[in-house]
Design a binder for this molecule. Structure first.
Ligand SMILES: Nc1ncnc2c1ncn2[C@@H]1O[C@H](COP(=O)(O)OP(=O)(O)OP(=O)(O)O)[C@@H](O)[C@H]1O
Ligand SMILES: CC(C)(CO)[C@@H](O)C(=O)[O-]
Ligand code: BAL
Length: 291
């Protein structure tokens, strides 16, 4: 595995791959890798001849300086994991190369970025869209993979790539969970054993609400019960727990064909996000309830 830190070496490595006729899949990350990231790399290998992963804790997507300061970092272990997963290139750009003096450009995906995470983490998606555009332009992958755990991020990136006409296919990868259902996330490292136990209420509340809504129960009470379950488990702040259209992320008050339940809530000092799809038993393809 080539470990690359400077833009010239990245350009040379990408050119060498292209010259040898190999296709490239990219997995952008912020490091502190876990089995979810390894799964992305394994999936990436199914889509191309070679896989490049980037590790860059992007400062511009952190709205909270304390969150950035305590973001987990474990570069050595990350590199071992990427090599073991069969990555050909590990790219670890510096902040100076990504944001040189005088940097003045922001990529902003309007509309879809403003809700949910965008509302609670002001400027977050401008930071994500800008860095992802830069990462994709620099690495020139044929395909790039992102996790459904960050469902809104995936939606924003699909819009970004379509709107800018970037020549890359975006692949979403279903969320990897631990044995008891908690979505793997680098920030889970901040959870105490007790908080981790109580955090399970989040995927459970999503599953329960999804089941109720899929079975045709009214949406409002299902969401209210889910929020109450989070409060009972000790979640201090629920930023949102909502049923949305899976393509536009517009909130829904009743079931449709293409739905997603999305949630963000804080336990202790750790903010968790999660989501599940809702497959309705009661809404037909035409959008009307079956008779
Ligand atoms: N459990 C998971 N299953 C599938 N993909 C995941 C999972 N966790 C993270 N990813 C994906 O890995 C990529 C890199 O994510 P990132 O490095 O921010 O890790 P993270 O675990 O999401 O950390 P964070 O604590 O910042 O949310 C993103 O596309 C993200 O959606
Ligand atoms: C896509 C990403 C690598 C951009 O910094 C980050 O938001 C992440 O890891 O999900
Ligand atoms: N995994 C999403 C990136 C972030 O929370 O900043």
């Amino acid at each position: 595995m080539q470990i690359i830190r400077d833009p010239q070496s990245l350009r040379a490595a990408v050119k060498a791959l292209k010259d040898s006729g190999k296709s490239l899949a990219m997995v952008p990350t912020m490091g502190a890798l876990h089995a979810g990231h390894v799964h992305l790399v394994n999936e990436a290998a199914k889509h191309a001849d070679a896989v490049a992963a980037s590790i860059f804790v992007n400062p511009t997507q952190f709205n909270d300086p304390a969150d950035l300061a305590r973001y987990p970092r474990q570069e050595e272990q990350d590199l071992v994991m990427l090599e073991a997963a069969g990555c050909e290139i590990a790219w670890l750009p510096t902040a100076g190369d990504m944001y040189p003096d005088g940097f003045a450009t922001t990529v902003s995906v309007t509309g879809i970025s403003k809700r949910w995470e965008g509302e609670h983490r002001l400027g977050h998606f401008d930071g994500v869209a800008t860095v992802v555009a830069k990462l994709l332009i620099a690495c020139e992958p044929d395909v790039a993979l992102f996790g459904e755990k960050d469902f809104q991020q995936l939606t924003v990136i699909r819009r970004l790539v379509a709107d800018l006409g970037l020549p890359v296919e975006i692949v979403g990868v279903p969320t990897v969970r631990d044995a008891v259902g908690l979505a793997l996330s680098s920030r889970n490292a901040h959870l105490s054993p007790d908080e981790r136990e109580r955090a399970l209420a989040l995927p459970k509340a999503l599953r329960d609400a999804a089941q109720q809504i899929a079975a045709g129960e009214p949406v409002g009470p299902a969401l209210a019960a889910a929020k109450q379950a989070l409060v009972n488990a000790g979640f201090l702040k629920i930023d949102y727990f909502a049923l949305v259209d899976a393509s536009t992320l517009v909130p829904l008050s009743e079931a449709t064909v293409d739905m997603r339940l999305i949630a963000a809530a804080t336990i202790g000092k750790t903010r968790l996000i999660d989501n599940v799809s809702v497959i309705s038993d009661t809404v037909s393809e035409t959008g009307s309830p079956p008779r």
